[in-house]
Write a protein that binds this ligand. Structure first.
Ligand code: XMP
Length: 316
């Protein structure tokens, strides 16, 4: 595609002109925007880029390895930070959804600052801000708020870098096209959005390693299933939720008293309103069977048939 190739060349020379010999810091979330930006910056400034990927322990099954495998071979100077223990400690016993979000945001900034000092000094902070984000921050409150964690706002003055935002004029589908040309694997390139607080807001109430582990396995079965049955791209977002509800079931001649998992899939244009995805019954039956057979901590699976509004897409 001549147009996207042309845009890449232009973005690369713009970044080079802005950054010169300066060192650039980037937070990698594992999503398409920051991953693509990592690839673009590696092309533009090479080793002058340090991309920091914070593993907060709230990622999906295999996600950390997938991000590393996608970016490192393509020349991104990627630093993975294992911050799982500190996030778990900070979230210990916290059940209020907004409290969970605040703590995760705060811990993220703290960990990012620490790494910025350890690998610094840096002259620039790169962000994968897209054109719709620019519009939203100018007027709206909801969406800009939601993204505050993602966009690493609120850094202290001694870390007040100049911003590099090469995607400020681009839409998501343009970033995806650039990602394709830069060699980002499709499973990341075409991925559904995933919230900054990760699995913490899909594991209802106070989280624990054990609950996150259950949720991770359920989520992986559902998402892999959607891909296997070619239903993934037809949904805007799909997720599994671990509820705190325990209910009675039967397995062989034993009574069980185990957790209920919920599955949610939606279609939407803008994530402000959404419809629940009309997934085929046969597919849902297959998912339910796989989940209860493979995840012994789950004895009941429900499918969320609520639109937004009145429900949100996430359960917390
Ligand atoms: P809701 O649940 O409000 O979500 O319908 C709308 C979209 O925003 C995502 N979301 C978040 N993203 N940090 C994020 O980075 C958050 O705290 C957060 N909360 C919700 C959600 O996954 C959906 O795509």
């Amino acid at each position: 595609d001549w147009t996207a190739e042309h845009i890449i060349d232009e973005l690369v020379s713009d970044v080079q002109a802005q950054v010169g010999d300066g060192r650039v810091l980037l937070a990698i979330s594992g999503g398409v925007d920051s991953s693509t930006l990592g690839l673009l910056l590696a092309k533009a400034v090479g080793e002058k880029l340090t991309a920091v990927f914070i593993d907060h322990g709230l990622l999906r099954l295999g996600e950390r390895e997938q991000v590393e495998a996608a970016l490192k071979p393509l020349g991104v100077n990627l630093v993975t930070v294992d911050a799982r223990a500190e996030f778990m400690a900070a979230l210990d016993g916290v059940s209020d959804p907004e409290q969970k979000r605040k703590i995760i945001g705060r811990e993220f900034i703290r960990a990012f600052e620490r790494e910025a000092r350890a690998y610094g000094p840096f002259d620039f902070l790169a962000q994968g801000t897209l054109y719709p984000d620019v519009i939203e921050s100018a007027g709206g409150e909801g969406a800009a708020n939601i993204k505050s964690h993602h966009n690493v706002g609120g850094l202290p003055d001694d870390l007040a870098f100049k911003l590099v935002e090469p995607f400020r004029t681009l839409f998501k589908d343009e970033v995806r096209e650039i990602a394709r040309l830069l060699g980002l694997p499709d499973h990341i390139r075409m991925r559904h959005p995933f919230p900054g607080p990760g699995l913490a807001i899909r594991c209802l109430g106070a989280i624990s390693e054990e609950k996150l582990d259950i949720l991770r396995r359920v989520d992986d079965i559902f998402i892999s299933g959607l891909r296997e049955f070619s239903l993934y791209d037809g949904c805007s977002q799909a997720l599994a939720i671990l509820t705190p509800i325990q209910s009675v079931g039967v397995m062989g001649d034993e009574r069980t008293y185990s957790y209920t998992a919920a599955l949610r899939a939606v279609t939407t244009d803008d994530f402000m309103t959404a419809e629940w995805a009309r997934l085929p019954y046969e597919f849902l039956a297959t998912m339910s069977n796989r989940i209860v057979n493979q995840v012994h901590e789950i004895n009941r699976v429900v499918y969320d048939i609520t639109g937004k509004p009145p429900a949100t897409i996430e359960w917390e």
